[in-house]
Design a protein around this ligand. Structure first.
Ligand code: ADP
Ligand code: MG
Length: 219
């Protein structure tokens, strides 16, 4: 049985998540930019890497006191550094998560799932993309559904996040066949099909980074 604290995300876990996210974005930056060069303007990798590096240094310079402060700081940093469509959308994801968690010092699976749902609702409200429009929402929406199923089944946090990461990856892969209806890629019409969406790819990296952080911790 995992210890109780393994079923909760602490401030340090969230920092470890975002540091790992930065590592993965740096590793995948060229790939993300290549995906964006096919159906966008070839900047998604550089946009994201600029943002995750800024988040990393902000969080490691001064450790936030609670999870809400941490998520808010991350969201504000992403808004001001990423640029592009994805900057305000990723920023909104974290700012809405911050509002949802308030001043909690730790997040259990239920609270985290609710926060992620609020974050994705913010992304949808801002970007007006629905599932199937070939955007980051195609990776984020399945993540919520997987988390909700895990919460309903009383699944431990690490397992919930593992399922969520698999769902995000499947959502990312499904964007290959879609025609973009939002964002720059939509300007291409039918020619946007047969390409992975860059934002869905970075969103799957985000969820996988959290799953990996938590898997390591509960081992
Ligand atoms: P830009 O398109 O401004 O160059 P990026 O290249 O950083 O910004 O990000 C592109 C990604 O942003 C897309 O692959 C898509 O996933 C996401 N995106 C664009 N517009 C929207 C939207 N309206 N709603 C959700 N996601 C969007
Ligand atoms: Mg772009």
């Amino acid at each position: 049985m995992p210890a109780l604290e393994d079923s909760r995300l602490t401030v340090d876990d969230l920092i470890a998540w975002l540091v790992r996210f930065d590592d993965r974005i740096v590793e995948q930056a060229d790939h993300l930019t290549e995906l964006d060069s096919a159906i966008g303007d070839a900047d998604h990798g550089t946009n994201m890497a600029r943002g995750t590096a800024a988040v990393r240094s902000r969080l490691t310079d001064a450790r936030p006191d609670d999870t809400g402060m941490l998520l808010k700081s991350c969201g504000m940093t992403l808004v001001s550094t990423v640029g592009g469509a994805s900057g305000s959308l990723y920023g909104t994801l974290f700012l809405e998560m911050a509002k949802s968690v308030g001043t909690a010092s730790e997040l259990d699976t239920t609270v985290f799932a609710a926060a992620f749902r609020a974050g994705v609702a913010g992304v949808v409200a801002r970007g007006r993309a629905e599932p199937g429009d070939k955007t980051m929402v195609d990776a984020l929406q399945p993540t919520i559904e997987a988390l909700d199923t895990a919460v309903a089944g009383g699944v431990p946090l690490a397992d919930a996040l593992k399922t969520a990461a698999a769902a995000a990856a499947a959502g990312r892969d499904a964007t290959i066949h879609l025609v973009a209806r939002k964002g720059r890629a939509s300007y291409l019409g039918d020619r946007s099909a047969d390409h992975l969406d860059p934002g869905a790819t970075s969103a799957a990296i985000l969820v996988q980074a959290l799953a990996d952080t938590q898997a390591e911790r509960s081992r």
